[in-house]
Design a protein around this ligand. Structure first.
Ligand SMILES: [Zn+2]
Length: 228
């Protein structure tokens, strides 16, 4: 696994701060509100209006910092970016702006930084005193589940699981695995359940991910599905 130098870590913290400062009133904030994720403030999401060195191609994108429970130069483990040009977003005057592009030709919808290995999102949730934790496919679902008062970590995708993720879940009575309600999401849940003996797949139904389920049915109904 590649290791970041201290100066690179400091740069990450500085960049994340800068992007968070630009978030309020930005297209990134409107995008999150449009998706019903307006309450994700504690994740210090950002908007790349002035890219840091090396982040130039992420201008105009939503910045998702991977915050760690540590402070100082270790506070931000990495940053991922989401292109929001595919989204129909609400303008400040209330009108809807059409997407700039539907398909992300030449780039991923989500992009990491070169040399940064896949990590778990929201690792602070692992410090919970509850006997359970949720494991979500994607950062936004983890954020939505946290908003529903269930501790949650996210994987940056269905195919990014790493062997060293396994032991961090060993201390929980149950790990609720929340894949998207599609083939890839169900494969993800099956794969995690094969690896973790305490994992329990929760299927929220065709086309539903955790964020959409919570947005439509509310946090109480969601917790009821988990039985917590
Ligand atoms: Zn794009």
């Amino acid at each position: 696994m590649s290791k970041l130098h201290d100066s690179q870590k400091t740069d990450l913290v500085t960049a994340a701060k800068r992007y968070a400062t630009s978030y309020q009133g930005s297209p990134a904030e409107r995008y999150m509100t449009h998706r019903g994720l307006g309450s994700a403030a504690k994740f210090r999401l950002g908007y790349v209006s002035e890219p840091a060195v090396g982040h130039e191609l992420h201008r105009g994108r939503l910045a998702i910092p991977y915050l760690s429970p540590a402070t100082g130069i270790h506070a931000v483990a990495t940053i991922r970016f989401r292109c929001i040009a595919d989204a129909c977003v609400r303008a400040p005057d209330g009108s809807y702006l059409p997407p700039h592009h539907e398909k992300h030709d030449g780039h991923g919808k989500y992009m990491g930084l070169p040399g940064h290995p896949p990590r778990l999102f929201n690792t602070g949730a692992l410090l919970t005193s509850r006997p359970y934790i949720a494991l979500d496919e994607g950062e936004f679902d983890a954020a939505a589940v946290e908003g529903a008062d269930v501790p949650a970590v996210g994987t940056p995708g269905v195919s990014t699981w790493r062997d060293h993720f396994d032991p961090v879940f060993a201390g929980f009575e149950v790990v609720f695995v929340l894949g998207d309600g599609d083939d890839a999401g169900r494969r993800f849940a099956t794969k995690v359940c094969e690896r973790l003996s305490n994992a329990k797949a929760i299927d929220l139904g065709d086309g539903y991910d955790a964020a959409r389920f919570i947005h439509e049915f509310g946090p109480a109904k969601f917790r009821e599905r988990l039985g917590v």
